[in-house]
Ligand binder design. Structure first.
Ligand code: A2P
Length: 274
């Protein structure tokens, strides 16, 4: 999928240690570089610091582990994946005997300082966060001695969950919103709230798509990029990988943008109940 994506023109690759595929993703990138298709600097790889690695002394070794798996010298962006921490250790989802998550008290500001040190060491070109709300962003922005602001906040964002307030706050602070699940997720019941209807069946998205000879998926992606939200659509299907890239040859009118904005239900697909 990564190789097809790169051949198609994608350059931003959203990864994470916790996806357990960094070795394959890194291999695909390196093969495309070896083929002469791209240079390393053409790729924008985002890696993520998992919940069990928030203690400051774990941050750099964790990023170094990701780089070793990827076999790359740096990531373009390294982000704190979630604002809550789990007990450090081998268990990715540490649980007690009652099946409850074992959390770990850490200071997000101290984690952030360790992220800043990764940037200073050249291991990450930029640093950011994910799943942070306004209060958590403000904690970092107001930290005494802040060296680098988060450049981005990766959160769920699509026509059914448009994040108007967070988007405005981030705009004011020059923080880019990267929207995950821009197509409404894979509806995997193990982590998705499937009681919210499938985004791509939406009649408005489909009707607008018809006008431009585009699919609902393409309209949803175009809507996001047109409002300044970076999209990271996921597909394992070559045809859909290509389809999701064909969004630069049309634009939505102001009226259509408003119509799509009005679809907002303020309901998340990804509830992150932990
Ligand atoms: P597939 O991998 O079979 O293409 P999200 O990016 O919101 O997480 O959504 C990912 C889900 O959407 C995956 O299940 C993916 O399935 C599916 N998907 C990706 N692109 C499209 C598309 N253009 N049309 C319909 N479904 C798509």
């Amino acid at each position: 999928s990564v190789k097809i994506a790169i051949d198609t023109g994608y350059r931003h690759i959203d990864g994470a240690f916790v996806y357990f595929n960094e070795h394959e993703v890194g291999q695909a990138i390196r093969e495309k570089i070896a083929e002469g298709k791209i240079k390393r600097e053409d790729i924008f790889y985002c890696g993520k610091l998992w919940n069990t690695c928030h203690p400051p002394e774990l941050v750099r070794p964790t990023l170094e582990k990701t780089l070793k798996i990827l076999q790359l010298d740096y990531v373009d962006l390294y982000i704190i994946e979630l604002p809550m921490a789990f007990k450090p250790g081998d268990a990715i989802y540490p649980k007690d005997e009652n099946g409850k998550f074992i959390y770990h008290e850490t200071d997000l500001c101290a984690t952030w300082e360790a992220m800043e040190a990764c940037k200073d060491a050249g291991l990450a070109k930029s640093i950011g966060v994910s799943n942070f709300n306004r209060r958590q962003l403000e904690m970092i922005l107001n930290k005494p001695g802040l060296k680098y602001k988060p450049v981005s906040n990766q959160v769920e964002c699509h026509p059914y969950f448009t994040q108007p307030k967070l988007l405005e706050f981030c705009r004011q602070h020059d923080i880019v919103i990267v929207g995950y699940s821009p197509l409404g997720t894979s509806r995997d019941e193990s982590w998705v709230n499937v009681s919210s209807p499938p985004l791509l069946n939406d009649p408005v998205l489909n009707a607008i798509g018809k006008k431009y000879n585009k699919t609902a998926a393409q309209v949803a992606l175009r809507f996001s990029i047109q409002r300044g939200v970076v999209v990271i659509p996921k597909s394992f299907n070559p045809q859909r990988i290509r389809e999701n890239f064909q969004i630069f040859d049309f634009s939505l009118t102001e009226k259509e943008m408003k119509e799509i904005e009005a679809l907002n239900k303020n309901v998340r697909y990804v509830e992150l109940l932990m």
